[in-house]
Design a protein around this ligand. Sequence first.
Ligand SMILES: Cc1cc2nc3c(=O)[nH]c(=O)nc-3n(C[C@H](O)[C@H](O)[C@H](O)COP(=O)(O)OP(=O)(O)OC[C@H]3O[C@@H](n4cnc5c(N)ncnc54)[C@H](O)[C@@H]3O)c2cc1C
Length: 351
Amino acid sequence: MEKDFSLRELNTFGFDVKAKYFQELKTPDDVRLLLENNIFRQCFDGDRVLILSGGSNVLFRNDVYDGFVVYPNFKGVETIEDTGNQKIIRCFGGEVWKDFVDFTVAEKLYGLENLSDIPGKVGAAPVQNIGAYGAEVKDVIYQVHTIDLTSGKTKVFTNEECKFSYRSSVFKELKVKRGELRERGFYPLIFAVDFVLKKNGELKLDYGNIRNNLISKNITNPTIQDIADSVKEIRKEKLPEVGVVGSAGSFFQNAIISMDKYLKLKALYPEMPSYPVNGQEVKVPTGWLIDKAGWKGYRENHVGVWDKQALVLVHYGSGKPLEIIELMEKIQHSVKEKFGIGISPEVNIIC
Ligand SMILES: Cc1cc2nc3c(=O)[nH]c(=O)nc-3n(C[C@H](O)[C@H](O)[C@H](O)COP(=O)(O)OP(=O)(O)OC[C@H]3O[C@@H](n4cnc5c(N)ncnc54)[C@H](O)[C@@H]3O)c2cc1C
């Protein structure tokens, strides 16, 4: 166990936050020892434990996390089942997500190519049901292996038990709302994920600029590798590079509004993009709302709004987490004033 451990390398915002206690877990034995550790138990009972993987979806609110950071770093990739047209691949949670995707693409296994180059680790992917370019990880997750930090017992969650939805799952609920698992005294740490991937699948080209990117390269009959390459190129153009400019990707969730509200806004802003959710609700890209409210490219001291994608808040270095929090609040206020829409962070804000 480390004390006063700097998390600068473990949060992609790049803030120099210190964890009062920090423990890396590499083997099941490490988990057993952790659960016997009195300091861990005290922090756990006081709700001062944070599971941290790549730190690409967290914002620490303060300069010190006054609690216990658990850093799962289990490694390994193995084929569990190989039948006819599909393979079930188990990937341990400490593997880097984009390396795992590259591996599946090189193996010509379909399902993860549109999720290329998302930062973070495999163990965190189910938590917010990561998604990009028309794909969501829930569509290829077979099951999720967890260890309960309360009892040390293992539990496998089937896809259905994960209760996946847009940027959410039972694991995220647990953290955000002290949800049902916590109430039942269950605190799952994800140590491995099983993916079911097809040997022959359909490619998803109709989202974002994938098709245009392929046309610009004269690719008429794309392979899975072509899709992965296009997604990587498009992402590079739009998003800040991890390790160069601090961010956590999309800072806010897209807004889901009632049909009534949508129709009123559409009359005022005919160009407003939207996607139907169901008969009563419509999804509006929050990036568009923030851009329209005049924030794109805005900079204040060490933080700002990314000039190529207004959904991304950035830290240019030497700043404090509170600067991002203040900027977030100003943007929320401004979007509420202009459109009457409340926008919520997608990033996990850690107090
Ligand atoms: C430049 C950039 C682009 C991004 N683009 C996308 C995108 O296109 N789509 C998308 O969905 N996301 C995107 N993200 C967000 C982020 O990459 C994903 O949410 C990613 O899955 C987070 O992984 P992580 O390992 O960094 O998790 P962390 O940030 O370390 O943790 C995220 C949450 O998961 C919990 N957690 C982490 N590991 C475990 C575990 N093993 N067991 C239980 N709980 C755990 C943490 O407690 C925390 O609540 C982007 C981020 C950046 C910086």
